[in-house]
Design a protein. Sequence first.
Length: 654
Amino acid sequence: MRGGHSRQWNGWVSCITVTALVCTALLSEPTEAQQRRPAQTPPKSKLPTEVNSARRAPVAKVKTDALAEVRKSAARIDELVEANYTKYKVEPNPLTTDEQFLRRIYLDVTGTIPDLQRTRSFLRRTDKERRERVIDQLLDQEGYVAHQYNFWADLLRLRDRIGRLDMTPYQNWIKASIRTNKPYDVMVREILTAEGKVWDNPATGYYLNDPGMPLDNMNNTVRIFLGTQIGCAQCHDHPFDRWTQKEFYELAAFTGQTLTQATGNTMRSYGDLQRTIREQRDSAGQFVEIAGHKARFNTIQTVFQTNRSLVTDVPNRELRLPDTYQYDDAKPSSVVQPKSLFGKKVSAAKGQNRREIFADWLAAPENPRFSRAMANRIWKQYMGVGLIEPVDDIRDESQAENEPLLAFLEQELIRLKFDLKEFQRIILNSKTYQRQSSPIELSPGEPYHYPGPLLRRMSPEQVWDSFLTLAIPSPDAFAKTQDPKFRDVIDVDFEKAKPEDLVKKAAQLDDEFLSARVRNAKENPYKYKGVLLARAYELPSPLPPGHFLREFGQSDRELIGANSTDGSIPQILTMLNGPITHMLLEQGSVMYDSVMREKKPKDQLDVIFLSILNRMPTPQEFALAEKEIQTAGPRGFGNVIWALVNTREFLFVQ
């Protein structure tokens, strides 16, 4: 074995020996520092007691009548992978044990480890179809929506606010698209053709995420949905690929008529209202009072920006080359006509809806990069490395590690009419996915022939959600929703509104929706030591620096796919001193209560290992843990728990 993962893996004399993160209490007497550690005694603050799950729409089910086809396609994946075993003389990894499979499938499908009850239930089963059945069960759960949303949030850079604009409707639309299993091509078409305000047509959030930056938005679109980087051609002919600056502008011309703010009479009325409001500010500039209505100036500005932000097309608007254009194929500042990059050549005539033509071209089964890029991304999601790397820099000369396999995956995605759930179901049922992981770290450009998935560190969201599973009875209880009345309060027609209307709306917004009082009333029942205990997909985005998820590498949502799984010193300090690890020892936590329900130390230790690592302890581990309990007394259980959550076995998807 080689690389960073192998060094970490070889360091496991036992999962509860000295790790790279911490020195556990299991090998010796507790140190003075460990005896002082606040996690050893239950903190005064209590965990949330809310257990009623939030009301959400049902999750679309897998196609039960498609199981035979799933098995056939999964077997074909294995045949194509095994052909490369022979070609490159690769020894495949053994199949996972049931314990390894259960933990992996939960983390990969639902984003969290299984709880104690589900672990015990699965490990008792002996039927041959148990793996197929648990895959289907998990794909039908809300956890699937949560984990898939985290994938899309990182890819689409989903944020709660763009300036003052609340993007909750867009986020909830993404969740709903996953929950209803909307076909991928349909989802993309809706994104690329959306128009209006975000609460009337939430898919407009995609364009509103890059306000006033149509060229950057086009670069992002091609990178996300076609797995191709053309951004360099925005300023000059691409130095490493075939794209020219003119070709970039021709593609961007499809959305060159699209604006992310109101125009015409609406904006003139907007300007008049803004001047009146600014003139009526008090001497401190904080409040505005008109006709007996008083509101904060900042909230009024929120009303202004929210209603100014919308996606609209201006038919007579044309995209032009920059005035610094330096190539011989066109003149500087000349109008550019829309034209596609590759595959079927399409353009737009005068009067045609350019974005509809663009969306039809981009999301078509015939587009040579659309299905290829997504098949490659999903393969990487489950196997740890794409068939083409990087997954967002596919070029004409890019060679897949296994071209027949990638071609098959592309055709499967098309055959399934871009049903991403059924596509993932096929991969998850393959022997290739269900093999034990390879604890190696690949060098850039080094081929990987998939003897099993790569050993992967948990994503920030997987770590967080797994701690919630260990701590609180109902991790899905909190949902980030938006009151339907919010739209009625904040919606303004600038051409009809009077200044006092805006002040009145702003005052109502503060009182009913935006105040700390309202926010705290929603969140406080789900907080522990000031930290909101909600699944990662229901937390604010981006979270502030210093939050557990940010310390573990969650993206700030500024760049595409910017999540990180690298280790760091702040993560060590968070695990040592943060409230998230300590809450496991709080009376009322799932972990604490599960252990205390058992009367015998052996049964208590079994509960700890089954809950945290989803397996029974080895004889050596049991002896070490038993010795710690005998030495430290009741405190020893806390030491064992704290040690296990700091092991690499807990923090890695095996």
